[in-house]
Ligand binder design. Sequence first.
Ligand code: GN1
Ligand code: MG
Length: 374
Amino acid sequence: MQAETQSPLYAIASQFDTARITSIKAHGNGNVNDTYIAVASDKTRYILQRVNTAIFTSPEIVMSNMQTATKHLNQCIQNRKLIWKVQRVIPSKTKKNYYIHTDGTFWRMISFIEDAHSVDILDSHDKALELGKAVGLFHSLMAEIPHGTLAYALEGFHIVPQYLQAYDKILAQHTPLSDKETDYALRFIQKHRKEAVRLETGKKHGILPLRVIHGDLKINNIMFSRANDRAISIIDLDTVQPGLIHYDIGDCMRSSCNRHGEETQAWEEVCFDTERLRYIWRGYLEHAQGLMSEQEYAYIYDAIFAITFEIGLRFFSDYLAGNIYFKIHYPKNNLFRALVQFRLGQSIHSQKEAISRILAEEKAKYMQCATARS
Ligand code: GN1
Ligand code: MG
């Protein structure tokens, strides 16, 4: 115990304004930051994180965006009596919302959402509905913050043409080995690169407006109550910044409608589950149906395809570049992650009609109910 509390992590945790920290353990499976659970002598649990400053090069912006978002969410909860939990940023003893250690590393502490859990794979339609409601609620509340009040925590985030440019550059420098997996990835990117930029075209033409987005709305950032399986929080507010809500919707759908999860090596079995889509979309519309124009609705299929393509492209580019961005657990981890997304993308592409039909059906149903209610 003595040796344990001498780890530099304890010195770092002691910089935050909490009771004495008595235990620290690694937590979660984030791909960029290092995350720990710190328990204090009064039994309160906290999340202690080292922010990856090679990626978030202005971490103060991350923290100030996070505070703007959490302040607004807390006000909404109080004023509208919502059943929702928001992570609190714990101040440092010098009253900052972060601590920079003597070795230059950047740390923050946030409250732990108790009595809740996240999932990597949805096991029921009820959870899918709940997940959609959570995302819709989050978007509708964030839309009340003018996007110009937030700075960019990550420039270029989700901008597919920029990821393609970076990929072309990497490819010009490294000739990848020819094997079945790599060939599949190369061919998929080549075949679909034109379709994957549609959101950016919509943005350029003024059809898709900027709003405040989450930026990383994948399935395991949504928390469910242990008591009743209601979605009660959305965590990981690192990338709250101006963007297209389509990025979030795409990210949510690609991560939630893949029953094999993001980390499987059985990539050839991956497919996009349209029934999950139906329930998530239904839940989303319950809270957010008034947010988008008809023209914006017309880009939802494109969003699902584009973000799946984008995440695959980023994994594959990182594999080719020598795994410098995403943490890996085995040498070909990023290659297999990319293949999972590309296979999912292929499945989305081949079900375009069914996906578009489900999106339209649910929207029409919602509109009918809304009219009947009014
Ligand atoms: C990264 O670290 P994590 O899991 O919160 C990445 C997301 C990807 C995700 C894929 C800042 O998020 O964009 O969708 O991995 N975050 C950043 O699992 O690049
Ligand atoms: Mg994240």
